[in-house]
Design a protein around this ligand. Structure first.
Ligand SMILES: *[C@@H]1O[C@H](CO)[C@@H](O)[C@H](O)[C@H]1NC(C)=O
Ligand SMILES: *[C@@H]1O[C@H](CO)[C@@H](O)[C@H](O)[C@H]1NC(C)=O
Ligand SMILES: *[C@@H]1O[C@H](CO)[C@@H](O)[C@H](O)[C@H]1NC(C)=O
Length: 293
């Protein structure tokens, strides 16, 4: 399978808003105009995998299999508006310390010379009012030095905040994994985000949504993506349409209150076809994160 197909499935929402007068735009204007665009699906995909097989799932429903989060129950979750030369992209991320957000490298790789606008402690996105969330801007972004956009390896990045954020009832730093040899197979994991609530949707969710599913083995996930998945990825089962979708990228995959994955990619065939969503495996990057946070 061509890697391009998978890249088409990167979970980033790309807006169609042109940024030619960017420096003059207010934050409000940027956010108001940040629209999810569309990504091309490869029409040949359906001939290789019989996706109709998966359509029988209709129960649980992030993508089709998710539900709205209890407001402020995921106090590490952040929303990112990323200005790029072709428009504003929306992504997720997680607060890992007073001045650092963990996200996916593909979310920030096209950043232009404007800061990322970051909302922390929000349930609605964009927040209903500025009192509903803490707003910060990025001062600097650090992508993993081995990030490779063609092979989607090492899809992890850090964003540094303009001003420190303290913990409160709505804001908490999420710890990094304490056991870096744990592979978590069979464990129930939770992922949240404001991405598309399903394949029939064109815009992200206005409220935070989440889904839980079991971690599958790297071997099973590698088969699903024909080699793109390495030991530095972690995947969960996409059964019962439980998956991430466009706009969820960069968000945390959580087990035992620790961030064990960063939302990276899914299949171009859709978010509700039962295919396993793939994440950057945080245990592989703990040293790099600690050195740089
Ligand atoms: C840029 O935006 C400002 C304020 O919105 C406007 O006054 C100005 O004319 C714009 N400049 C250009 C080159 O479009
Ligand atoms: C902000 O947080 C960082 C840790 O990320 C800390 O080193 C620094 O001293 C803090 N700055 C202020 C002004 O509190
Ligand atoms: C870390 O995880 C591995 C694999 O699950 C386990 O065998 C080991 O006992 C764990 N170590 C600690 C200190 O919990």
């Amino acid at each position: 399978m061509s890697l391009l197909w998978i890249i088409a499935g990167l979970l980033l929402i790309q807006s169609i808003f042109a940024f030619n007068n960017a420096t003059k735009k207010s934050i409000e204007e940027i956010i108001k105009n940040a629209k999810p665009g569309h990504m091309e699906l490869d029409p040949r995909y359906g001939h290789i995998f019989d996706t109709s097989f998966f359509q029988n799932y209709d129960s649980s429903r992030i993508a089709g299999g998710g539900w709205e989060s209890e407001p402020h129950s995921r106090p590490y979750q952040v929303g990112l508006y990323v200005p790029t030369p072709t428009g504003t992209s929306f992504c997720g991320g997680s607060l890992i310390g007073p001045s650092t957000v963990l996200t996916a490298a593909h979310c920030v790789m096209n950043l232009n010379d404007q800061p990322i606008i970051i909302y922390i402690g929000a349930h609605n996105m964009p927040p209903l009012s500025t009192e509903n969330a803490i707003q910060r801007q990025s001062t600097e972004v650090l992508m993993h030095p081995d990030w490779n956009a063609l092979t989607i390896q090492n899809d992890i990045a850090l964003i540094y905040l303009s001003e420190n954020v303290s913990e409160s009832d709505r804001v908490k730093y999420i710890p990094l994994p304490t056991n870096t040899t744990n592979i978590y197979v069979g464990r129930e994991a939770l992922v949240s985000g404001w991405g598309l609530p399903g394949d029939g949707h064109t815009s992200g969710s206005s409220v935070l949504r989440e889904v839980t599913s079991k971690i599958i083995s790297s071997v099973a996930c590698r088969l699903a993506y024909m080699g793109a998945v390495q030991r530095t990825h972690i995947c969960m089962s996409g059964e019962e349409r439980r998956s991430t979708c466009r706009g969820d990228s960069g968000g945390a995959l959580v087990i035992d209150g620790q961030v064990v994955g960063v939302v990276s990619f899914g299949t171009a065939a859709g978010c509700e076809v039962g295919w396993p969503p793939a994440f950057a495996r945080v245990t592989s990057y703990v040293d790099w994160i600690r050195e740089n946070m």
